[in-house]
Design a protein around this ligand. Structure first.
Ligand code: ZN
Length: 401
């Protein structure tokens, strides 16, 4: 028992020192003694070990008033790499990320999810192996694999519980990949990973609590407090997209009618516009006539352009969608009272100010006790890379915490 305790304390101290070195641009042993309150002997031993493992890099000698000048060193973010994967039904992205959230390499391929889970995961393992070869990453430099998936994930069991995008249920993604690759593997849902990316490396970097609202094909949310994503009792938390806003509204993929997702998401806005063009309520003119069949990001760009030109029918669609989203955000703020809200997804990325302005106006009008809050709403800082970087942040927990 005593040996176990000693081991635990040693590892605890090692991670404490490692976190402190990572936090600072440059440091020294004297500085680490001051900051961590550990003894000089412990710091000497730990830094010696960390240098051997490649985690710290010597940068020169500091000033001294008397005697020996202290050695200066910094964190070596290239000491290990994380392979972070965004596994989406249409496309899979693989990235090599250093220990500071910097993407070193990135590639993608079509997922072909219709071929089934076995083929998709076998193919993913193959692609990861060839990525390691392509960028000459030795096994000892690879810390772990982190996979972020479109769907509901149970991070404890490592299973994808359910995904309407893939049409899968209870797939043991983590264990299957760990067995295939012999590498420590983490899994997380795409939405939570995206939020973690923004929290640690993006727009939410300085906040203590953050709500991430993803306005994309669907609408997703994640709430983070003190660095931890809130997980519900059944891992089905923060499903803002499936909160009911319209009595007898359009049918949602969840089988119910009037979910926020079928009213205010990118797909919903595009679908409504297409319908109005088809039925002649919006004149078939210019690029708006061609939006059917376009990738959603391009279609929404065209819709926003029309709104900027003050097309009354398009503005009405955005006003309706923006009203329910603004109302839902006001409710979310009332429940969890976050310091900051980060908006992600292609709708917020492409919006020149015609849609989010409506959302902003409505949420401010509908908010409970607005004068007592300083909630800020900002756009994503990482854009499409937030999922990959957030996936790496999931893996960092094993290294630093
Ligand atoms: Zn729904």
């Amino acid at each position: 028992m005593k040996t176990a305790n000693r081991e635990f304390m040693r590892e605890w101290n090692r991670k404490l020192v490692l976190r402190q070195i990572r936090k600072e641009k440059e440091t020294s042993q004297i500085n680490l003694v001051k900051k961590t309150k550990l003894s000089a002997g412990t710091i000497v031993n730990i830094t010696k070990q960390l240098r051997k493992e490649g985690f710290i890099r010597y940068t020169g000698k500091g000033k001294s008033l008397s005697g020996r000048r202290p050695e200066k060193f910094c964190f070596n973010s290239d000491a290990r790499h994380v392979i972070s994967v965004a596994l989406f039904a249409l496309e899979t992205k693989i990235s090599v990320i250093d220990l500071n959230g910097k993407i070193k390499h990135k590639l993608s391929y079509p997922t072909e999810h219709e071929k089934g889970e076995k083929t998709v995961l076998t193919n993913l393992a193959k692609q990861v192996k060839s990525t390691l070869l392509k960028y000459s990453i030795p096994k000892e430099k690879l810390n772990s694999l982190s996979v972020s998936i479109e769907g509901s994930v149970d991070e404890e069991t490592g299973c994808l519980k359910i995904s309407s995008h893939f049409g899968w249920k209870n797939v043991p993604v983590r264990d299957t990949l760990e067995k295939m690759l012999g590498c420590k593997t983490f899994i997380e849902s795409e939405g939570r990973a995206m939020a973690l990316g923004e929290y640690y490396f993006g727009a939410g970097k300085k906040a203590d609590s953050m709500l991430c609202v993803d306005i994309d094909s669907g609408i997703g949310t994640a709430f983070i407090k003190n660095g931890e994503v809130y997980h519900g009792a059944h891992n089905l938390e923060a499903e803002l997209g499936h909160s009911l806003v319209l009595e007898d509204g359009p049918l949602c993929r969840c089988g119910r009618k009037g979910c926020l997702e079928v009213v205010s998401s990118g797909s919903a806005i595009i679908k409504r516009t297409e319908e109005m063009v088809r039925t002649g309520r919006i004149k078939k003119q210019g690029s708006l006539a061609k939006i059917s069949g376009l990738p959603e990001r391009e279609a929404i760009r065209i819709i926003f352009e029309m709104a900027e030109k003050k097309d009354a029918a398009v503005l009405k669609i955005l006003e309706d969608a923006g009203y329910y989203l603004g109302l839902s955000i006001a409710n979310m703020i009332t429940y969890v009272d976050p310091e900051i809200i980060v908006l992600t997804g292609y709708v917020s990325e492409e919006d020149p100010g015609v849609f989010l302005n409506i959302v902003d106006k409505v949420y401010k009008e509908k908010l409970f006790l607005p004068n007592m809050r300083k909630t800020k709403i900002v756009k994503s800082a990482l854009g499409e890379d937030s999922v990959l970087i957030g996936g790496a942040a999931v893996a960092y927990k094993g290294i630093f915490e």
